[in-house]
Design a protein. Structure first.
Length: 297
């Protein structure tokens, strides 16, 4: 085995971890893959003998790449990202419930948290993700954000307060999540408005991200309130007839994929037996890159 082959093998051992870091930083599967590939290119141009801790080095390098991408994304955007934005979802079959794998899988971070992270400043997001999610010391993060360790600690603290204040509480039990989604599908398919109301929290928020090109009733929107959200559910009840239960970022959600082609993905947050948040991605361009899991039933 050559030195380059050995280095490539060592990098592959960290790929899953780096993908998880990049996905939390960017909320985009494609950009996360690009960031990981760029980390490999930078490693291949570096003398590995100068790296004492390869995992730590790759994590901070990936963080730096993501920070640059976030700053570039912000600079290119003429208008702030709308409230309807929904990050790329990661789908798994309901049978994929191995807790030992969840720590390293990108889908262990929910869509609700990713939506909150999108509202952080790039440096805040980096400090929070690397420190709070991956236990990277502030001394290692500080050079990346070009601040002192104390100032970096303040970045993470400020981000932490914003995340705690904006992230909704959620039912952790997948079985109870499934019960609520089964009931939601049944009510939608049956056109039962009262049953839908009973399943929705009075202040439920629906975010539907259809991309920039979709117009009309299916356009991107943010809707709040049980009555209005229930009306939306009945308006698009035809999708419920072919929707399937699936894990969406580690929680039970829905995918509408007739003939294997994804037309929409919905993640939800559930608390006390009612849906408090709905996150629907229906952007045709982005959905083309979503992998549909195999169903066993």
């Amino acid at each position: 085995m050559t030195g380059s082959e050995e280095l490539a093998g060592r990098f592959e051992e960290h790929r899953g971890h780096l993908r998880a870091v990049a996905y939390r930083m960017l909320g985009s599967l494609t950009e996360a893959e690009d960031a990981v590939q760029e980390a490999w290119l930078r490693l291949s141009r570096t003398d590995p003998d100068d790296i004492q801790n390869l995992g730590g080095w790759l994590t901070t390098v990936t963080g730096r790449i993501c920070l640059d991408l976030l700053r570039s994304r912000t600079a290119r955007r003429e208008e702030p990202m709308g409230d309807a934005f929904v990050p790329d979802p990661v789908l798994r079959p309901l049978t994929h419930l191995d807790p030992a794998e969840e720590v390293m899988q990108a889908d262990s971070v929910g869509l609700a948290l990713l939506v909150v992270l999108e509202n952080l400043e790039p440096a805040e997001r980096l400090a929070f993700v690397l420190h709070d999610m991956f236990a990277v010391p502030f001394d290692d993060i500080a050079p990346v954000v070009e601040r002192s360790p104390a100032a970096t600690r303040q970045l993470a603290s400020r981000a932490r307060r914003r995340v705690r204040g904006a992230t909704p509480s959620a039912e952790p039990d997948l079985g109870r999540q499934k019960e609520v989604l089964d009931a939601f599908l049944a009510a939608s398919r049956g056109g039962d408005f009262e049953a839908l109301l009973a399943l929705l929290h009075p202040d439920v928020v629906l975010r539907a991200d259809s991309g920039a090109l979709v117009r009309g009733a299916a356009a991107s929107k943010v809707v709040q309130g049980a009555k209005t959200v229930a009306e939306q559910a009945l308006m698009f009840a035809r999708y419920a007839t072919s929707a399937r239960l699936v894990l969406v970022n580690g929680s039970v959600g829905l995918v509408h994929a007739p003939e294997g082609r994804v037309q929409s993905v919905m993640g939800v947050t559930i608390a006390d037996g009612r849906i408090t948040g709905m996150y629907i991605l229906a952007d045709p361009e982005r959905l083309e890159r979503v992998e549909v899991p195999e169903f066993t039933d």
